[in-house]
Design a protein around this ligand. Structure first.
Ligand code: TXA
Ligand code: MG
Length: 327
């Protein structure tokens, strides 16, 4: 079964499929998730097979409400309740000491668990109907670009997924911010559209980010989110020169930037990028996929500024360029 549906009945089908141990891809506000019943070890194992992902990479458990946190985590600090209250449902994942009942296959054997209440209405309906936690990584093959539409999921996984729920384009467009609350002082493990400043404001103190060294968290491999095209990062200063150099080599060059390259040579395609960071997040993965569809060989990207959501954009772009080591 590889059905793609939009109607209300699809939620019921999705929840039933999860109960039967099947894999259901579903929309969240960030990216599409590849879901399985987080209490069913066989079903969770199938996620790793479908993605081709190493089995020690832990998964996020998606919940329908903050109240469920206590079923999956223990020793929950006050900071977790504060952040959940402020940002859930929404693009924030909290790492907490795991409850004993959480499966090893979900946590990759760690004593912590990642929890998130997603903001997409279809995800919430699915979670409510299902009634328990859904373990879900992004619904892409391991190391590839995360899917932001049902079509992207099908392109990535084809028959490896049993059902794809179609909730349209993801409005946030990049993965959730991950905050580790299992240690003494909270730290950002993966930046997202919920920024360091937003988190610090709610907590009442400044929160650190170790997101600049992605190899410090499981799944933080340098070459994640990579399209087929070679991705090159440019600054305002060397942007035009890079375009000129690569187009002269006769390669099919894509340019992802707010500015139109001048002159626009025949072998250069401009993929317009908004000036607004939220809009850049919304379109980033879509544009990376689009570059591949257009047969782009070298994609030159003008790096966003290193502030606010720019941290997250630069993190994903550096990984797309295969250089995730430092921002
Ligand atoms: O926006 C998102 O977070 C999407 C949607 C589907 O919710 N999910 C997502 O999942 O991006 P995934 O598996 O592609 O990325 C989750 C990251 C991985 O790098 C994983 O290693 C990390 O979260 N993670 C999960 N559990 C963890 C834990 N207990 N400690 C540290 N990192 C953890
Ligand atoms: Mg992922």
């Amino acid at each position: 079964m590889k059905t793609k549906m939009k109607d209300a009945k699809s939620i019921q089908l999705g929840a039933d499929a999860l109960r039967a141990g099947k894999l259901v891809a579903f929309p969240t506000e960030t990216v599409y998730g590849l879901g399985a019943d987080a209490r069913n070890p066989e079903a969770v194992k199938r996620i790793f097979e479908a993605k081709g992902r190493p089995s020690d990479h832990p998964l996020i458990v998606h919940l329908s409400s903050t109240e469920q946190m206590g079923e999956w985590a223990q020793h929950i600090p006050e900071a977790a309740w504060q952040l959940a209250e402020a940002f859930w449902p929404g693009p924030l994942t909290l790492i907490l000491p795991r409850a004993r009942s959480v499966l090893d296959v979900v946590t990759g054997g760690l004593d912590t668990v990642a929890l998130r209440v997603p903001g997409h209405p279809m995800a919430l309906e699915l979670l409510k109907n299902f009634g328990s936690g859904i373990a879900a990584p992004s619904a892409n093959r391991y190391g590839q670009v995360s899917p932001t539409s049902a079509e992207d999921v099908y392109e990535e996984l084809e028959d490896r997924v049993d059902l794809i729920l179609d909730g349209g384009r993801c409005l946030v467009g990049i993965e959730s911010t991950i905050v580790d609350l299992s240690t003494q002082s909270p730290r950002i493990l993966r930046p997202g559209t919920i920024t360091q400043a937003m988190l610090s404001e709610v907590l009442g103190y400044s929160i650190d980010s170790i997101a600049r060294s992605p190899q410090h968290y499981p799944g933080g491999d340098p070459s994640h989110y990579a399209p087929n095209a070679r991705v090159l990062l440019a600054t305002y200063d060397d942007f035009q020169k890079q375009i000129d150099d690569w187009q002269k080599k006769g390669l099919h060059v894509g340019v992802l930037s707010p500015q139109r390259p001048i002159p626009l040579e025949k072998n250069v395609i401009w993929l317009p990028f908004s000036e607004v960071m939220e809009e850049q997040a919304y379109s980033l993965y879509h544009s990376l996929r689009n570059a591949d569809h257009l047969g782009v060989e070298v994609l030159i990207v003008l790096l966003p500024q290193d502030s606010g959501i720019g941290h997250a954009l630069r993190d994903r772009l550096r990984r797309a360029a295969g250089m995730g080591e430092r921002c």
